[in-house]
Structures are given as C-alpha cells and as structure tokens.
Design a binder for this molecule. Structure first.
Ligand code: GLU
Length: 405
C-alpha cells in the first residue's frame, strides 16, 4: 500500500522553518550558532497587547468565535485599513486566519482551479509557489534583476499573462530582498492588471517596516477598480512582534471571503480567541511601538549592509523594508576554494552548498537563495541584536576569506 498522497510530490517542507529548527537544535546541544534563519522580530510583544490577552482569558473569552474572526477584531482591521491605507471595507470583506500564511493558503484554495496560472516575481517568499501547487495551480515564476532593484516591470508582466493567468502576487516590501514598489511603479503594473482583469494578491505583511521615509502603498489604494481586483493579506506578526500568536487577516471581494470562510469552517475553524483579543489591542492601541521597531531595523540594516559589502566577492542591494538582506555571492562562487568545495560535493545548488558549509564549519545559519528562486544569493534575516549581526557576518567574512586562499 502506498500511503503518501500525490500532492506531496509537488512541495517540500518550508526551508525557512527547517533551517531555524536545525539552528535551534544545534544551539540546544550547546553549539554557538548565529542564526540568520527564519524571519521573526526578536522584540517582546508590547506589554499592552499581552495585557489584552490576559484580560481575555480572565473574562472567559476562551471559546469558539465566529470562524472568520470576532466582530471586534474585524472592526479593528477595518479601522486599520482606513487609517493606514485609506481603504474602506465592510465586515463581510474581512477574514481573520491563523497567521498570514493560512490566509494566503485559503485564498488560493478558494480561487484556483487546476491549471490556473499564478505569476510570482522572483526572488519570492518560499511558500508562495508550494501553496499554489497544493491548490493545483501553476506557479509561473518571473525572475527580476538585482540591477533593476528586484522589481517586476510592466512589460515583463504583460508578456507573462496568458488566458490562464488568474493571480499576480505582489509582496512589497519583499521577503527576501527588501525591495519595495513606489506608488508610480504600482500604477504602471496596475494598468496591465486592469487591462487583463487578473487578480492581485498583495502580501503587505512588511508594510510597517520600511526605511528612509519610504511611503508604503499597495495596488488596491490606487483606484476603486484596482481595489476590486485585489486581495490584501496582512497580519500582526511582523509589525507587532507577534509571530507565535498566529493572527493574519485578509480583505477582498465578498465572494472570495465567503468561500475562504467555508474552507476555514471545514478545516481549522476560528483562530485562537485569545490571540484575536491581543490582535485587536495591537491594531487599535498606540502605534508608537511599530515605529520604534522599524527604527531599530533600519539601524541594523545599515550595519549589516555595510559589513556585507566590505566582504570581497559579496554584493548586496540596499533593502527598502522588511528585515532581510539578499547578498549576491557570484564573486565567491568564482573562488578556487568554492570550486573545490563544489567538485567534492554532490550538491548541485551553489547557494545550498554555501549555506551547508557555513553552518557546518562556521556555525552560521542562513537560507540558501535557491529557496527563493535565485541560486546566486543567500538570505539573512537581521531581526537580531547588533552584536550577533557583527559576530555572524564576521564568520561569513572568515569563510569567504578561507575560500579565497
Ligand atoms: N516569513 C518568515 C520567513 O520567511 C517566517 C517563516 C516562514 O513562514 O517562512 O522567514
């Protein structure tokens, strides 16, 4: 008897989570690991949010809620969209899920038929393509160039659209490059979207973490016509340092929300009632904590970009937001040391080989670029203290130096 379902043939475990788990396991064994693995803010969840959760427990908010989220949290989300994005939604256009990932997963289960195409600009977050495949869609990967700031051009989008194209994924600021689209760049893409009437999944999870005064926009904010074609996914994990609470939310057309609600009702039911109370406090409370965390990330970005760029053979674009850097290693791949390493290994992916060696010999965990659709790079999450950033990057520099000898 063959027990494995065929759907497993098209996916693999999340590489970001796998690498963090490996780093955590090694740390537990007493190894001195610096982990640039999964992206999660290292700050405490702000005190007023934790208090709201404790109060919810004490008040007995420990039972099922409506599948798609409490009315109170939906109202808080509606207020957030109005306040931060100038977008108006009604409660039947909002769904709350167990993390942004579940919201994105249910969105694709609710919209794709077998063979429907989803355009994913690369480098992309590790889970998009696998989620699309699990939903029996076809992931159409469009590579973007480092020299063009890792941004998709309208011409590229136009060329990739076929009669089967259903959705374009936009993630700005981006995981893993930190690239972000300005309003005018979104307008140019929006024209193509409107012409072909495709849907946009706008993953705004890093909305609040952007640098140098960059003004965040999403494509739904540009016109009522584009808003009708957009599903916005967001969550409290990154903005409020609440990764473990698992609250994401989505806003979009009523029919899609209803279908996602049906799927959720037959799978997980409501997200945690206590986490929902906490998320409500996060979205309606004082927003200063968000700006403070973003400021700390900008300082760390400056530090890590400077340190990485000083390593011969390593080149890094300056991220506009999020808390990742995506250094290019093409110069390192050319070194004699790396060529020797490659010749002695059966590993075909250069970024996987680089990261395996880095973890094994230099005790630094990083995610290979190939997991994001670009084997020329690796991804470092710099959501950690400055001392750890310095320690980790100096180990990377040491490895590169050793490979160049
Ligand atoms: N989004 C984060 C990352 O890319 C969290 C881990 C995950 O779900 O991939 O590291």
């Amino acid at each position: 008897m063959e027990w494995n379902a065929r759907r497993l043939d098209v996916i693999e475990p999340s590489p970001t989570l796998a690498i963090s788990a490996k780093a955590a396991e090694l740390k537990k064994k007493g190894e001195d690991i610096v982990s640039f693995g999964a992206g999660e803010p290292d700050f405490e969840t702000p005190a007023h949010i934790k208090e709201a959760a404790k109060k919810a427990i004490d008040k007995g908010q420990t039972r099922y809620t409506a599948v798609s989220g409490t009315v109170e949290l939906k109202n808080a989300i509606i207020t957030k969209f109005k306040r931060d994005n100038g977008l108006e939604y009604s409660t039947n256009q909002i769904i709350v899920g167990t993390g942004g990932k579940q919201v994105i997963y249910n969105f694709f289960l609710a919209t794709l038929n077998p063979g429907d195409e989803v355009i994913i600009p690369a480098p992309y977050w590790v889970s998009y393509a696998d989620i699309v495949r699990l939903a029996e869609g076809k992931a159409v990967i469009l590579p973007t160039k480092k020299e063009e700031g890792f941004l998709l051009s309208p011409e590229q989008l136009e060329k990739a659209i076929t009669p089967k194209t259903k959705v374009l994924i936009l993630n700005s600021p981006s995981n893993p490059t930190g690239a972000a689209y300005s309003r005018s760049q979104l307008e140019a893409l929006g024209k193509v979207v409107l012409k072909h009437k495709i849907m946009v999944l706008s993953d705004d999870i890093y909305e609040c973490i952007n640098f140098d005064g960059f003004q965040f926009s999403n494509i739904a904010m540009l016109s009522p016509e584009l808003k009708e074609l957009t599903f916005v996914a967001n969550g409290v994990s990154k903005a409020y340092s609440m990764t473990g609470w698992r609250i994401g939310y989505g806003a979009g057309p009523v029919d899609i929300i209803r279908n996602m609600d049906t799927i959720q009702s037959q799978s997980t039911s409501n997200p945690s009632s206590i986490s929902q109370a906490a998320a409500e406090a996060a979205l309606t409370g004082d927003q200063d904590c968000v700006a403070e965390m973003a400021k700390a990330f900008q300082k760390r970005r400056d530090l890590i970009v400077g340190l990485l760029n000083a390593i011969p053979g390593v080149e890094v674009n300056v991220p506009q937001g999020a808390f990742y850097v995506f250094p290019y290693l093409t110069g390192v791949y050319e070194t004699e040391g790396f060529k020797k390493l490659a010749a002695s290994s059966s590993e075909k992916s250069k970024s996987k080989l680089f990261c395996a060696h880095l973890l094994d010999k230099y005790k630094v965990a990083a995610v290979p670029g190939i997991a994001f659709g670009d084997d020329n790079a690796l991804r470092l999450s710099y959501a950690m203290g400055e001392e750890d950033i310095k320690k980790g990057v100096s180990r990377i520099a040491e490895m590169v130096r050793d490979l160049s000898l």
